[in-house]
Design a protein around this ligand. Structure first.
Ligand SMILES: Nc1nc2c(c(=O)[nH]1)N[C@H]1C(S)=C(S)[C@@H](COP(=O)(O)O)O[C@H]1N2
Ligand SMILES: [Mo]
Length: 258
């Protein structure tokens, strides 16, 4: 948990610095003779704020084929435990559909074949789990942004919620179902993809077949596996614990930036 707290703190300090720098730069409260040091520190604040702001759009590092980890751990759910998923797996996901609904112009469903026909992106990236392990893998899938652009979002759209097939915790009310969410900055980030292949092969069940999210600037638990439905929302308040994700409802940070 330390890593998350640290990065969250960095993010919040960044916003505060940004506001301070804007106040210093915008209002001309400093006389020119107030001293170069003050101006220089204001400039540094502005620069830091810029870096942090630009940071959201910056690319995650990409690696070479030779860097791919020989073994990539499977973590969390390794196989959704439902009849519905078992049936989908039996048909090799021929009957599986990704539903995209909520604050969209026209809700749509995509089969795996549909998704594989769309322009794809392949990226070799490092996955960092908060439990303290990392692995490098090659992911291929459809950029989420291009999918959302083709469907069209309503003006009130703010977040994409990914609903998964697995219950990580068995509960009577279903609140143990895995889900995650990202904002539109991450949804439209060029490396945010819905991956159907890993290391050149169809995604295995352990790694989230048939489809998982890769949102490369965030920690492992944001990388939702077994994605069944993407719901576009303007808030999480109506969803389970209201914090935007399975682990978020259990105390983890919503923005798990790395
Ligand atoms: N649906 C679902 N997605 C999930 C999880 C899960 O339990 N269920 N675990 C998360 C965590 S904590 C990590 S580290 C990664 C693990 O992905 P992997 O099994 O491909 O290594 O998936 C994330 N996405
Ligand atoms: Mo994780």
């Amino acid at each position: 948990m330390t890593r998350i707290s640290l990065s969250r703190r960095r993010f919040m300090i960044g916003s505060t610095l940004g506001a301070t720098a804007a106040a210093l730069a915008g209002y001309g409260a400093l006389k020119p003779d107030a001293g170069g040091a003050v101006l220089r520190s204001a400039e540094q604040l502005t620069m830091k704020a810029h870096r942090l702001l630009q940071g959201r759009g910056a690319l995650a590092r990409e690696f070479l084929e030779a860097d791919i980890s020989p073994s990539f751990r499977v973590n969390g759910s390794t196989m959704p435990d439902s009849e519905e998923y078992a049936a989908l797996l039996d048909s090799n996901f021929a009957d599986w559909r990704l539903k995209i609904d909520g604050l969209v112009v026209q809700p749509r469903e995509f089969s795996l074949v549909d998704l594989k026909k769309l322009p794809a992106r392949t990226q070799i990236t490092r996955h960092d789990c908060v439990e303290g392990w990392s692995a490098i893998g090659k992911w291929t899938g459809v950029p989420l942004g291009s999918l959302l652009r083709s469907i069209g979002l309503k003006p009130s759209a703010r977040f994409a919620v990914l609903h998964c097939a697995d219950e990580l915790e068995k509960t009577l009310d279903g609140s143990g179902r895995y889900y995650e969410s990202i904002d539109l900055i991450d949804a439209f980030h060029p490396q945010t993809i819905l991956a159907y292949a890993m290391n050149g092969k169809d995604l295995s069940v352990g790694h989230g077949a048939p489809l998982r999210l890769r949102v490369e600037r965030q920690l492992g638990y944001k990388q939702a596996k077994y994605v069944m439905r993407i719901e576009i929302v303007d808030s999480f308040s109506g969803l389970w614990g209201g914090n935007g994700g399975y682990w978020e409802d259990r105390g983890y940070e919503w923005y798990a930036g790395i």
